[in-house]
Design a protein around this ligand. Structure first.
Ligand code: PGA
Length: 251
């Protein structure tokens, strides 16, 4: 059966020292309790090595927030999937709406990044989601479907390693959460799109996370929905207390 997962996305926040302290706090809180989900933190590239050294990988997973679309070579300033994997990280967020919007990532870039992530043993947390205009004009199901279909060149075995994160762009960092019903409807749609391509077994085993102003006060209601398998958490992942409050929504 699919896993429940709570993943933090720190974005461009915290110094290395602050990040190591936050990671340790989350790690220790998880180690002290009994948790009913996998927990992952996705951190800036500069933080990967020191955070990997500060946490117990059996307690807390570690990921990057992006990786390069090329394997290696003359791409000044880029960080490859193999570099990310060599830090000890096991995950990478791909296709976050901020990457799509500000850095021009599209289906072609994301196909290449996903391929490289998988080839290097990383689990992609692949983000999809519509903007406000698409929510309002009713095209959101088609938009998200086409974002998921960007991965449909993958063999079934590879697709089965992907975690999908549905993040309606209008809900990210805005305090405006999708209702649990809106999230459930979209997650069920995504699952049916996956089933149409890869069959029910793979669709049922794919974890689909919700992201966008998820916090301790709304996580329980969101995660109670049958197709919502956890969350991708931005702002509320920057404090151990609020992040743990979301993890505890599964208890
Ligand atoms: P938010 O961000 O929780 O701050 O809305 C979520 C995300 O962008 O992954």
């Amino acid at each position: 059966m699919r896993k429940n997962i709570v993943a933090g996305n720190w974005k461009m926040n915290t110094t290395v020292q602050e990040g190591v302290a936050l990671a340790k706090e989350v790690n220790d809180a998880l180690a002290a309790g009994k948790n009913n989900c996998d927990v992952v933190i996705c951190v800036p590239f500069t933080h990967l090595v020191p955070v990997a050294g500060a946490i117990d990988s059996k307690v807390l997973g570690l990921g990057a927030e992006n990786c390069a679309q090329y394997d290696k070579g003359a791409y000044t300033g880029e960080v490859s999937a193999s570099m990310v994997a060599s830090t000890g990280a096991g995950y990478v967020i791909l296709g976050h709406s901020e990457r799509r919007q500000y850095y021009g990532e599209n289906n072609d870039t994301l196909k290449a990044k996903t391929r490289l992530a998988l080839d290097n043993g990383l689990t992609p947390i692949f983000c999809v989601g519509e903007v406000l205009e698409e929510r309002e004009n009713g095209s959101y199901n088609d938009v998200v479907q086409s974002q998921v279909e960007a991965l449909f060149d993958l063999a079934a075995e590879d697709f089965s390693k992907i975690i999908v994160a549905y993040e309606p762009v209008w809900a990210i960092g805005t305090g405006k959460t999708a209702t649990a019903e809106q999230a459930q409807d979209m997650h069920a749609h995504i699952r049916s799109v996956i089933a149409g391509k890869y069959g029910n077994e793979i669709a049922d085993n794919t974890s689909i996370l919700y992201g966008g102003s998820c916090k301790p006060s709304n996580a329980r209601e969101l995660f109670a929905k049958p197709d919502v398998d956890g969350g991708l958490i931005g702002g509320a992942a920057l404090k151990a207390d609020s992040f743990m409050g979301i993890v505890e929504a599964f208890n």
